[in-house]
Design a protein around this ligand. Sequence first.
Ligand SMILES: [Zn+2]
Length: 319
Amino acid sequence: MKPNQDEYAYIDSLLKRAPDNFQHWVLSEVDYKNRKYPIHAFEIGPDDPTVPVIGLFGGVHGLEKIGSHVVLSYLNYLFEQLSWNKSLNYLFENVRLVSIPMVNPVGVYHNFRSNGNGVDLMRNAPMESDEKVAFMIGGHRLSNKIPWYRGRENKLELESETLINFVKERMYQASFSQAIDFHSGFGIKDRLWYPYASSTKQFPDLSTVNKVSALFNKTIPHHVYIIEPQCVQYTTHGDLWDYMYEEQRKSRDSNANIFLPWTLEMGSWIWFKKNPIQILSPHGLFNPMKDHRFSRTMRRHFLMIDFFIKATESYKGWL
Ligand SMILES: [Zn+2]
């Protein structure tokens, strides 16, 4: 994957090299200005809903294309290795990976944060914050011409519905599951957020989050991530992961089959600081545009994703 590569062409090239233990679906097609934009989903691993599962998602905010690019590049990295790496093939007998690399393909293609209807998908879930949310940024129902628009009340956008149904079907029943949703924002650091986005109340699975963090810190002491609840930065209405977490929690038996949704917010400041001219590009604020900086972003997060896959597969050893 290169910064300006066509995402659908890249998906086609991936599909031609897909490994054996692999599934692919077109979950929905989004109509926008007389063109259809399919939402692709992938799965690697055994077709058993109870096996532990890791989910990789990107492109919820289309403008933050780098999220889709990390996920697509990581899938390529797996596909290449699964053709020769025996231990990786063995790993994927005991863990499943599911992925929607472009949740909001119209946004990715046209450099919008929102979808084609002007709805910010990460404000679209039926999830009201119990806090005083940040003005506008926290989500509003004033107009789809203003960013952070939540959409009509009680109306899920097709992209949100597609994501929710997929996660429900492919992740909710797993014995243990973690999702990582890849975003970028105008920050200095890379932040790994856990719920809630909608509330400052304590996350019910905080003890599991703390175990994952301790394991990560011990295993990769030089990692770059700040791990924190999303509400430390700001609270919002309509967060899709808060909603999916709560729905899954209602469906599980006591503390069994925990579902942990993470959001990675890649800090774009470093890309921007070193190449200020990129502010003139439509996606310059949220994406690395130089090839070497793009490559460095890929390498940095691959190590983290590798860790999350192995930790998910071996969760019984540390949970
Ligand atoms: Zn985002």
